[in-house]
Design a protein around this ligand. Structure first.
Ligand code: MTE
Ligand code: CO
Length: 390
């Protein structure tokens, strides 16, 4: 409105008076008008908040980097609060010499900066049997993507000297859950990092301060936080997190095990149930994120009619392996019902499957590794609902 809008014709308070000076906010926080942009949990999901999860507000974010304060949290025994001066990392087991590092020691090894997504294997798990939660924050928000600074794990293992029969590592957390996972040595020597910074600043306590393992492209459970020990062994340990949990129960009662890679996946973040269309018909920016544990995402297709017709979306911003990608489809909305879907394809040629295809190959019992295509129903009034179509 160019004519007589008081926000144009009248001087506002913030235009009339001086604002806060420097140092009023020595560690900056977002505008008070962004107070709704927070991690949220689903109360009925878990019995306690210490062994629980909250979700990244994907529908409020842009680009590919998740701000530190909005990275979803998943803890099995609450947040460990650790003074870095009292933190140690031990390497033991099948090594030539057992080593104990202080944080200071670790910061004398060559370090790298890498952008990676972390997705919990249980992301979208509640959606396995049908559409359930109304919002991409809840259906897809167990993911974040940040730039890590850390020491390649291979340098630390080389320093300790892995014996020839050392085929697996067991990273262990210093939290009350003392979480452990078996990781094959090939991965440990490939691209794993022992990270102490995220997005340029120290890891947040929620994300494992002062030290966490980064296991690019693989399920979040393996990214041990508050990392205190790495044991080298000759076979996997078959601990809780790789037997009763983080295995995929099939229809015949057998479980798939060691399903580490997070396969190609995408979701439309806007519009979505928590981010309805409020502007009526006309230009509409459809936006979303895509990622693959196998490398780069090379293409994302978007459908506005429930998968009948597909349009190649525009990937915008950096395209990095095992990192989030941002895509857009800019349309002219005629105001009619839409069935929005996105389908990502990675550099291995893998195509994101439909939920039905997943159920046919893996049955109905699964929780983990649901990378099926999501459908949002945009109604004529702009509200959006989580639906499944067949
Ligand atoms: N590491 C420790 N020590 N304790 C934990 O409970 N949770 C794991 C993993 N590492 C966990 C842990 C799980 S299941 C996931 S999905 C990721 O950390 C979550 O990382 P985030 O809290 O940074 O999002
Ligand atoms: Co997890």
């Amino acid at each position: 409105r160019a004519d007589g809008d008081p926000l144009i014709t009248e001087i506002q308070d913030w235009n009339r008076y001086l604002g806060d000076g420097v140092q009023a906010r020595p560690y900056g926080v977002p505008s008070e008008f962004e107070a709704h942009v927070v991690r949220r949990d689903v109360e009925w999901l878990t019995a306690s908040t210490e062994s629980s999860v909250n979700f990244t507000p994907l529908h409020e974010l842009e680009g590919i980097i998740t701000p530190n304060g909005l990275c979803f949290e998943r803890h099995h025994g609450g947040i460990a609060e650790i003074d870095p001066a009292n933190h140690r990392l031990m390497i033991n087991g099948l090594v030539d010499k057992q080593l104990v590092f202080t944080m200071e020691d670790l910061k004398r090894f060559p370090r790298e900066n890498r952008v990676y997504f972390l997705e919990c294997a249980a992301n979208s798990g509640m959606e396995w049997r049908g559409a359930q939660l109304n919002g991409c924050q809840y259906t897809h928000g167990m993911i974040h993507c940040v730039v890590y600074t850390g020491v390649p794990l291979k340098y630390l293992l080389q320093e300790a000297g892995v014996k020839t029969n050392g085929k697996w590592i067991l990273p262990e957390g210093a939290d009350a859950a003392a979480m452990t996972r078996s990781v094959p040595i090939e991965k440990a020597l490939d691209d794993c990092l022992v990270a102490f910074k995220m997005n340029g600043e120290a890891l947040r306590p929620e994300q494992g301060y002062p030290l966490r393992l980064v296991v690019p492209g693989w399920e979040g459970n393996m990214w041990v936080k508050w990392l205190r020990r790495i044991e080298v062994g000759d076979e996997p340990w078959h601990h809780r997190e790789e037997t009763s949990k983080y295995t995929d129960l099939l229809a015949n009662g057998k479980s798939r095990r060691f399903t580490w890679v997070m396969d190609v996946k995408s979701v439309i973040t806007n519009p979505s149930p928590q981010a309805p269309v409020t502007h009526g018909k006309g230009p509409l920016v459809i936006s979303g994120v895509a990622w693959s544990g196998n490398g780069r995402v090379t293409r994302v297709d978007v459908s506005i009619d429930g998968g009948r017709n597909w349009h190649t979306a525009r990937i915008d911003g950096p395209s990095l392996p095992k990192a989030m990608h941002r895509f857009y489809l800019d349309i002219d909305w005629d105001g009619s019902d839409l069935l929005l879907q996105s389908r990502a394809i990675d550099e291995m040629g893998y195509v994101q499957p439909t939920k039905e295809e997943l159920r046919v190959s893996r049955g109905e019992n699964s929780i983990y590794h649901n990378n099926g295509i999501q459908t949002w129903h945009v109604k004529t009034d702009g509200t959006v609902e989580n639906v499944e179509i067949s």
